[in-house]
Design a binder for this molecule. Structure first.
Ligand code: LLP
Length: 416
């Protein structure tokens, strides 16, 4: 748990603000982010990278709330985007588009145009056909697109198979053995400018080994290219550093950065990183209220007002999120399946949790700042939660709770 969320007199606080008060004021379910925690994570990167030419491109997909993006932009971050929509968010949040790298296997022509108009820093290209398309689009606009090829280093990130991306069998990146040829091809294309190389091997990685192995493999290619006179300005080693949800012991940011720098010894290229989860995951929680307690024959259920549509990770990856009572003591503890109201057995937030609760008790689902709100949906016509950010004792509503009217505003019935 981030030190910014803590108990005092058996009540849970976010940066000194009572979560019970936040729940009463803004309702539940509600995401709560700590500005101090977000800021601290970013500073850990900048401190560890001090003295080295670098750019931390926050992976927007982890949490794309404008307040979060704006905060990182003000701290000097660049952004890693995977869609035109994310680019629009970066612009709306006041981010600098010249610090944007554009990843993703399926960039459309429209998205390419938009990114070229905004003079983004680099396209992380993932296939030969994408190179062709980008060359054409840039040419039609009289521009040169800065590119990097995303190499698939075939390194096992030892993480959940759904979020492992750097293995041969994954859809991501260009095959290691084809990379040099593709660089030669790109080098001959008139509307492309080669500026870098990148890789991203997966997410929630809890050891330094895979990062080191991937960096070494990428560097071998960079050396080969240099021999042919293709000299790169930057190396982008992606994101992927894991966080502690339960009993994981991932390396801390300084240790992770030190590992990368040790692999890069003697190199002068600008180092770009694309962290997402590690910057926001433990800086956020999802606040929910117990609606009912249902005693079953085998299990007891705590039915809460948050559900898989609000936080999809447990249902999708069977992932563990710590669940804490907002008020400790008082009620007797029992063992509960913490579940939402959605009509799916997969709609659970935690299994067999020991909690001192009764109806109307509030719970905090921890480590929900990354891939929580950004992966939420409206399944069961459930409006998305409100989002608030606590900051130096104050609370800011950074996204209003959605209304049902907003959900079907674009729908029409057929007249006859
Ligand atoms: N760069 C690229 C190209 C990526 O695909 C990703 C994440 C990142 C950076 C950021 O990775 P991070 O530092 O956050 O690990 N929904 C899943 C995670 C999917 C990650 C997808 N790519 C989850 O909830 O665990």
């Amino acid at each position: 748990m981030s030190e910014h969320f803590h108990y005092q007199d058996n009540r849970l606080y976010a940066e000194g603000v009572s979560l019970e008060d936040i729940a009463s004021r803004f309702g539940t379910p509600c995401y709560v982010y700590s500005r101090a925690a977000l800021t601290e994570g970013f500073y850990q990167f900048s401190d560890a990278l001090k003295g080295r030419d670098h750019l931390v491109c926050y992976a927007v997909k982890a949490n794309s709330n404008l307040a979060v993006l704006n905060l990182f932009a003000r701290l000097g971050a660049g952004f890693d985007i995977v869609s035109g929509g994310e680019l629009q968010r970066v612009i709306a949040a006041g981010g600098d588009t010249r610090k944007v790298v554009f990843s993703g296997v399926g960039k459309t022509e429209f998205e390419m145009r938009m990114a070229l108009e905004e003079d983004i820093l680099c396209f992380n290209v993932e296939s030969a056909s994408e190179l062709d398309r980008l060359n054409e689009v840039a040419g039609s606009m009289g521009k040169k697109a800065a590119i990097s090829l995303r190499v698939n280093p075939d390194v096992d990130a030892k993480t959940h198979p759904y979020i492992s991306t750097g293995l041969k069998q994954n859809k991501f990146g260009v095959a290691y053995s084809e990379t040099l040829d593709l660089y030669r091809k790109a080098n001959a294309m008139p509307h492309l400018k080669i500026t870098g190389m990148d890789c991203h091997i997966g997410s929630q990685i809890t050891e330094t080994g895979p990062f080191f192995a991937a960096a070494e493999k990428v560097l071998l290619l960079i050396d080969e290219l240099a021999k042919e006179g293709i000299v790169l300005e930057h190396l982008d080693l992606g994101g992927g550093l894991g966080i502690r949800y339960h009993d994981e012991a991932p390396p801390a940011i300084p240790e992770y950065v030190a590992t990368l720098l040790s692999a890069l010894k003697g190199r002068t290229q600008k180092l770009i990183l694309e962290p997402g989860r590690v910057l926001v995951g433990n800086a956020g929680l999802l606040l929910t209220t117990v609606e009912y307690i249902k005693r079953g024959e085998e299990k007891n259920f705590a039915i809460v007002d948050a559900a898989m549509n609000d936080l999809m990770r447990p249902a999708l990856y069977d992932s563990y999120h710590e669940i804490l009572p907002v008020k400790r003591g008082g009620s007797a503890a029992g063992t509960y399946e913490v579940v939402g109201p959605i009509c799916e057995t997969g709609d659970f937030l935690g299994h067999a949790r020991v909690l001192p609760i009764e109806p109307q008790s509030r719970l905090a689902i921890m480590s929900a700042g990354a891939y929580g709100m950004s992966m939420s949906s409206n399944y069961n016509t459930r409006p998305r939660p409100a989002e608030v950010m606590v900051d130096r004792g104050g609370v800011h509503l950074v996204r209003e709770r959605e209304t049902v009217l907003q959900l079907y505003a674009g729908e029409r019935v057929i007249a006859d």
